[in-house]
Design a protein around this ligand. Structure first.
Ligand code: IDP
Ligand code: MG
Length: 135
């Protein structure tokens, strides 16, 4: 069964959207495999977002995701990677459809509530970073 990694970013936690995000993933049929409230160090954030290192928004992105608690989770289900990303909506909330998390709860691209892995390979990498002991 396919797995994906999802993070509720600090803006989502501050806005009290953790339950709403989890409810949407679960209602869609994705099952929670693991879940944790945590704080990201700059080092971990830089590794996680390594593909974006050097881009103009990278420092602001790392600053944002380390600015407060985040909720990290592994979700499982058929097509979990694509399903979670559809539920999250487009990266820029202004392009995200109403009915998606970003389309319903965000306006800013950095503070866009959630992160979801973009492929099965990425999911394996990200799950390895945040849940190294998960079987
Ligand atoms: P994704 O989160 O939809 O996978 P990515 O392109 O992987 O989007 O970018 C990671 C995160 O970096 C985004 O969720 C967003 O918060 C931020 N980001 C992406 N592109 C930009 C940009 O052009 N300006 C500011 N922030 C950006
Ligand atoms: Mg991405």
């Amino acid at each position: 069964m396919e797995r994906t990694f999802v993070m509720v970013k600090p803006d989502g936690v501050k806005a009290g959207l953790v339950g709403e995000c989890i409810r949407r993933y679960e209602a869609r049929g994705l099952a929670l495999v693991d879940l944790r409230l945590d704080r990201l160090t700059a080092e971990i954030a830089q590794v996680h977002y390594g593909e974006h290192a050097g881009k103009p928004f990278f420092p602001g992105l790392v600053e944002h995701v380390t600015s407060g608690p985040v909720v990290l989770m592994v979700l499982e289900g058929e097509g979990a990677v694509a399903a979670a990303r559809k539920t999250n909506g487009a990266t820029n909330p202004l392009d995200a459809e109403p009915g998606s998390i970003r389309g319903d709860f965000a306006l800013e691209i950095t503070a866009n509530v959630v992160h979801g892995s973009d492929s099965v390979t990425t999911a394996e990498r990200e799950i390895g970073i945040f849940f190294p002991n998960l079987k």
